[in-house]
Design a protein around this ligand. Structure first.
Ligand code: PLP
Length: 395
């Protein structure tokens, strides 16, 4: 590994550990334990395990370590800890660092399970949590008081694709000594510069773009070596949310092609958003890469103008039109994952956000006509034609 390697080279070669057989594709070390040469060697390893010395797969495993190193190199993080799912990463990162009496400030527009962890779990253990509108810096400024321990947000919200200013919120947090944790799924590792912009901890659900082919659940917590090895690792290895070696292998292979997939998906998403903007059947087309996006300047600064792989369409005819539209599509599938090679459509109000009270749906802009489209790697001309024919049946 050379420091000068660019992202695509890192994504293919970073973190590789070759066995004595010299395999080309990374080996799956499907073992839970490791053999020691002697009793003294076992004692020595428990005292201080070296870089390539493993004890038990819940603590670490060579295949998992390859994945951790490769994604850390891509993100520009010192280290990473791989987890069984994206939620194991979110809950593990927060729980490992917080204690009763700590104060957390979080954006309100969150993935349902993240909201559950902050609102239902952490508060039960005496952590104080305040929610703000993530796009409103005045609300962040008022809420991040001295003594605030952590700040949490999704850098692009689901499903209305509002962008949080990582640099500005990090400045406010660091001024009071708070740790900034960013759930960066919608930005993707490809368009992320979150650590350089001020985030202390970056979290991904690897289930999304990293696998990118709908096969496995996984997650990763990225940060300083100190935070990952002294705060996260002890908590994760003793509470059981570690990634399995087989999953790590799937994710390693996913990383090799992620950059190509995600750039193709984002180009497709932009083409769709541009083709659909102003369509009669649509009240709104939301895509961070469109000039009409309310935070166009921030998208330019934070993501190099790239809008990611997801767009949201608000059908003027409400839920009936949204359902007719979904049912008329022939290429994308109706499902609730995102970041996949296959285009996937979701009706948040009746699925992912079904349980959210109506007043919360209103605050977050989750209207009855809103449809979220995760754009895959299909030919974008085919996708545009399919969406246009389906919209004709949705008026
Ligand atoms: C999917 C997702 C998660 C949870 O990831 P899992 O792998 O499903 O556990 C967390 N945050 C965001 C923003 C997500 O999209």
């Amino acid at each position: 590994m050379s420091e000068s390697w660019k992202a695509r080279t890192r994504a293919v070669h970073g973190g590789t550990r070759r066995s004595q057989y010299g395999e080309v594709s990374e080996a799956i070390f499907l073992t839970q334990g490791f053999v020691y040469d002697s009793a003294e060697a076992a004692a020595q390893r428990f005292e201080q395990a070296g870089e390539d010395e493993f004890i038990y797969a819940r603590y670490g495993n060579p295949t998992v370590r390859m994945f951790e190193e490769r994604i850390a190199l891509l993100e520009g993080a010192e280290d990473g800890f791989a987890t069984a799912s994206g939620m194991a990463a979110v809950s593990g990162a927060l729980t490992s660092m917080l204690k009763a009496g700590d104060r957390v400030v979080s954006s309100r527009a969150l993935f349902g399970s993240c909201l559950y962890v902050l609102e239902e779990v952490l508060t039960r253990y005496g952590v104080e949590v305040e929610f703000v509108d993530g796009t409103d810096l005045d609300q962040w400024r008022a809420a991040i008081t001295p003594g605030t321990r952590a700040v949490f947000f999704e850098s692009i919200s689901n499903p209305t694709l509002e962008v949080v200013d990582i640099a500005a919120v990090s400045d406010l947090a660091h001024a009071v000594g708070a740790t900034v944790l960013v759930d960066n799924v919608f930005a993707t590792p490809v368009f992320s510069d979150a650590i350089a912009q001020g985030a202390d901890v970056v979290i991904y659900s690897a289930t999304k773009h990293i696998d990118g082919q709908g096969r496995a659940l996984g997650g990763i917590i990225l940060g300083t070596r100190d935070f990952i090895r002294k705060t996260v690792e002890p908590y994760m290895k003793h509470t059981g949310g570690s990634m399995s070696p087989f999953t790590a292998w799937v994710m390693l292979k996913g990383l090799e092609t992620m950059e190509l997939r995600v750039r193709a998906q984002a180009a497709g998403a932009l083409q769709l958003a541009q083709a659909l903007e102003g369509h009669d059947a649509l009240a709104r087309v939301i895509y961070p890469g469109l000039e009409s996006h309310a935070q166009n300047d921030l998208v330019a600064r934070q993501m190099g103008g790239k809008g990611g792989t997801v767009l949201s369409l608000d059908l003027a005819g409400g839920q009936a039109a949204a359902f007719a539209f979904l049912n008329a599509l022939t290429i994308p599938v109706i499902s609730n994952n995102l970041g996949d090679a296959k285009s996937i459509l979701t009706h948040p109000a009746t699925t992912t956000h079904q349980r959210l009270p109506q007043d919360q749906k209103d605050v977050l802009g989750i209207t009855p006509g809103l449809v979220r489209m995760s754009v895959g790697i299909e030919d974008a001309d085919d996708l545009v034609a399919d969406v246009l024919q389906a919209l004709e049946k949705a008026v």
